[in-house]
Design a protein around this ligand. Sequence first.
Ligand code: GLC
Length: 752
Amino acid sequence: MRKNILLILLFFILLLVNVVNGEENSENKYKEADDFVRILLSKMTLEEKIGQMNQITVEVISKPRADGFQKLEIDPDKLKEALVKYHTGSIINTGGYANNVDNWHEIITVIQDGAAGYTRLGIPVLYGIDAIHGVSYTRGATLFPQSVAMAASRNRELLRQSAEITALEMRASGIPWTFNPVLGMGREPYWSRLWETFGEDVYLASEFGREYVKGIQGSDPSDKINAAACMKHYLGYSVPKNGRDRTPAWIPERMLREIFLPSFKAAVDAGVLTAMANSSEINGIPVHSDYYLLTELLKDELGFKGFMVSDWEDIKRLYERDHVAGSPREAVKMAVMAGIDMSMVPFDFSFYELLLELVKDGEVPVERIDDAVTRILRVKYLLGLFDNAYPDKSLLPEFASQKNTGVNLQAARESITMLKNDNSVLPLSKEKKYLVTGPASNMLSVLNGGWSITWQGNEEKLYPEDKYTILEAVQSKAGNENVIHMEGCTFEEDINTKETVSKASEADAVIVCIGEPPYCEGEGNINNLEMTSVQLELAAQLSKTGKPVILVLVEGRPRVISKIADDASAILMAYLPGMEGGRAIADILFGDANPSGKLPFSYPRDVRGNTCYDFKPIEQFDVNKYNPQWEFGYGLSYTNFEYANLVLDKTEYKMNDVIRVSVDLKNTGSVDGKETVELYICDIVGTVSRPVRQLKRFQKINLEAGKSTTVSFELDMYDLSFINRDNLRTTEPGEFTVMVKNLEKKFVLADE
Ligand code: GLC
């Protein structure tokens, strides 16, 4: 017994030392980097410094190509001009189409050879890419469920693994920097980029943002399997007032700090190396020109030590679009003085030329240039680029490995959310006949969405042959002879709905796959949140046949389906489940996987519906009542879980106490399953109105049929805090409620 206690004690001492060491290592690394950068900076000319702040897209230095089947080739003369004349420090993007790994190795090698060979100091180029659900632009890479689906999994470990695999496969491509995670709050269902977020909840987005950064960067970003993350789009980009991408948002300071800042703070605290600015405006101020947000709040108050890159052309847009700058030169001055460190110009060298003029004219101080360049070179150092900026072929055996595919399949399985299962129509028997129909039934592009092989993700012919569509996966379960396929309709137009309906009589059940085509950014703007009428009609007509209709929703945002939800027997929300999504959907449909996803957003019942689950007391009455089709956190399983004995260790706490909570969970069903236990609180009376509930903890528990466990949580004073009338974070004494499922307990926080 004594030996066990000693061993446990030793483990915790080592753990503590390790944590301390981890922090010390990080501090040492930064100190090492800063010593190196200080010396390098002292050798640099003004032109070389400003070049480091200049980022161009790869099209500027490559030869045009007709399609995605052609290799991308660097134009040596254009590369030389970019490196020698403009001292370019960063290059991004893929030249319109994903490239295979060998082509990426050629591209990165030519670029780094150029930096080493043509330039005076041989500073390596920092290459960046949108690897947002795996390495979107490397052919054959492991493409995971998009972020909103990963949030539905509530599985931190899977999220972190997906990030680790992304970093490894990115480095295997020779690229050390991804423009991800998106840490905006997915609280506007119309917004075309909701699927790039981790959903509507502050705590969930903060937890997953932290895990993602740690997964990409690891404990040492210079390690050959780690990379640099980029938290984006800082700040308040995700709630355009009219739901359309890159249109004004009006966010009061108090709300900005309470709802939109915490996920970015979590990433900063996790050591994120870069950030990207919001392309739009808040309260009439384009964020790229906002000194308060970019410098005072992010760099001074939160202590962000990385660098801030602009979004695409967004410095120019201060003049061309927003009219807050009277000239392109004024736009450069405004952005750099606000706190933008690197300009994603990206098609020319105007930023370099204008900034050089501004510094020579004394309008931008060299100190600001030195600050920006120090931040940029620090990241290059921490990434190990000065030691080796070249692709590492030793990683290739792990690129798109079976292991990585297995993690991807599991992530898709655990993201998919079962919203309805009347009379246990699911899981389906593999011995029966099925009609599979709908525009999402037989395409890979719809399962992946934007940022997949191409920017819009919609070039079906470029997707791999060896991955399963939903139809192909269902056929692999039930046998081709037992599956009838009819298109029914496209996302916008009828094809053969009548004939499809008549085919239903030959099947035991109908699987209707509807949703959205792939899209990205403004191209995904919509004027009506309802599912398109032709898809609703297909489902409605099939329901009239009396055959069980199973809806499979493949969409980046919750399109309203209230007209068909009641008549469907079962509904699976698949979101954008990635390259293994077809298999995962079939695994769940046929019971080879037990669904465990929980909605990361409130699913609207009507087209106005953008009330989130953390609504205010004033929103719980009559017509104002929060009344979604399905609530945030909702999701069914093939088994049942019972909650009991919600216990707090005290009924009264003092300030700075730890609040200990436990609850018993039992799997009372007949199959093993995973359940996410979510803990919410309510601050019953506050000096500003408090949400009726806020998610503060969650744990995903794997429980065998018939088994029980006790789940414990600890809350601290930060968890009870909010932003008060003076825009300051505060924790107020008073009565609180802790809620887990349908259980609740009150406690008092004493005033002292
Ligand atoms: C786009 C997006 C941003 C992306 C960048 C580079 O405009 O807003 O998320 O990382 O350009 O592709």
